[in-house]
Ligand binder design. Structure first.
Ligand SMILES: *[C@@H]1O[C@H](CO)[C@@H](O)[C@H](O)[C@H]1NC(C)=O
Ligand SMILES: *[C@@H]1O[C@H](CO)[C@@H](O)[C@H](O)[C@H]1NC(C)=O
Ligand SMILES: *[C@@H]1O[C@H](CO)[C@@H](O)[C@H](O)[C@H]1NC(C)=O
Ligand SMILES: *[C@@H]1O[C@H](CO)[C@@H](O)[C@H](O)[C@H]1NC(C)=O
Ligand SMILES: *[C@@H]1O[C@H](CO)[C@@H](O)[C@H](O)[C@H]1NC(C)=O
Length: 270
């Protein structure tokens, strides 16, 4: 629901110079090695690619936490190679143009540059696996990739973004049998889930089914028309108990609810 925190490990050669990464392999020219340095807290060197275009040779270096602390999107650096003198690496600022139109984007923490692949036909692909977009209060983390031209321009951005579903039907199927204890944890789960939803007749609708020994409709998809009312009703749900756990029947009952035609349906069991 919310974007996950980046689960990136520290590169194996902890130190921030890229040459150390290369030194794990043994065909590196140790005498004339080049070192490219960048901020270790940005994970500079997380990805490395050799690259060549009309201007000459480069090493591309991904830095998936670049932009700290305010604007941590990640980015890719180009580091010139074989120009005779040691020139500094230059940040490409690719996230600015890595964009999908008509969605509310969450680029912060998207770890751009965590994936870096050169294209044999020229240019390269750089991705931010934790790119997300927002629909109402919900974040959908899809990831994004930028197709970058040989001249370091973003020519295309690719992400599996869908139009924000204006209608979504969700039936939550609660296990209320005796084995569930304490019930407070179920209520907390419901609060946490429901308070982020935009519930209404034209938006998300939520129904709740509880099962144990018997199956109970706590409320139907169209019973309540606002997030507040659904939250109140969810907090009033008491554990029905029962020595049997009729999971299949509970899910089957949810499946038979009157879903709105055209609304993508979701059922979740807790
Ligand atoms: C963060 O970066 C984006 C472009 O990547 C820019 O439009 C925005 O102004 C920046 N925000 C801050 C607070 O620097
Ligand atoms: C974005 O939205 C505008 C206005 O709703 C529309 O004219 C345009 O075609 C949309 N662009 C894309 C790429 O969907
Ligand atoms: C990005 O990460 C920082 C540090 O972990 C966190 O404080 C911030 O809320 C995150 N931003 C988003 C939009 O997830
Ligand atoms: C981003 O797009 C603008 C407008 O097309 C262009 O001037 C700029 O060079 C681009 N920057 C990158 C890093 O692609
Ligand atoms: C389940 O339904 C039966 C028949 O209506 C009833 O006798 C029983 O008490 C119910 N069990 C629970 C736990 O509510």
């Amino acid at each position: 629901m919310a974007p996950r925190r980046p689960g990136l490990g520290v590169p194996r050669c902890g130190l921030l110079s890229v040459v150390l990464r290369l030194c794990l392999s043994f065909n590196v020219d140790v005498k004339n090695s080049m070192t490219f340095s960048g901020p270790v807290e940005d994970l500079f060197g997380y990805t490395v690619q050799q690259y060549e275009n009309e201007e000459g040779k480069w090493v591309l270096i991904g830095s998936p936490l670049a932009g700290q602390p305010r604007n941590r999107t990640g980015d890719v650096y180009k580091c010139p190679v074989g120009r005779g003198e040691a020139l500094p690496c230059v940040k490409l600022d690719l996230p600015v143009n890595t964009s999908i139109p008509n969605v509310t984007e969450v680029k912060e923490n998207m770890t751009f540059g965590a994936t870096l692949v050169t294209n044999p036909k020229g240019g390269f692909l750089a991705c931010g696996p934790l790119y997300a977009y927002r629909c109402g209060h919900l974040h959908y983390t899809t990831g994004i990739c930028a197709d970058v031209s040989p001249a370091f321009q973003v020519v295309n951005s690719i992400a599996p973004v869908q139009e924000c579903g204006t209608q979504l039907d969700i039936v939550i199927v609660l296990d209320g049998s005796n084995s569930i204890y304490p019930w407070d944890s179920v209520t907390a789960f419901l609060n946490n889930l429901l308070e982020r939803m935009d519930i209404g007749p034209k938006q998300t609708q939520v129904g709740i089914v509880q099962y144990g020994e018997n199956v109970t409709h706590e409320f139907n998809l169209n019973t309540y028309a606002s997030t507040e009312d659904v939250l109140l009703a969810a907090n009033r749900i008491v554990q029905r108990g029962g020595r049997q756990t009729m999971t299949a029947l509970g899910i089957d009952t949810a499946r038979r609810r009157s879903w709105r035609p055209g609304a993508p349906a979701g059922a979740s069991r807790r």
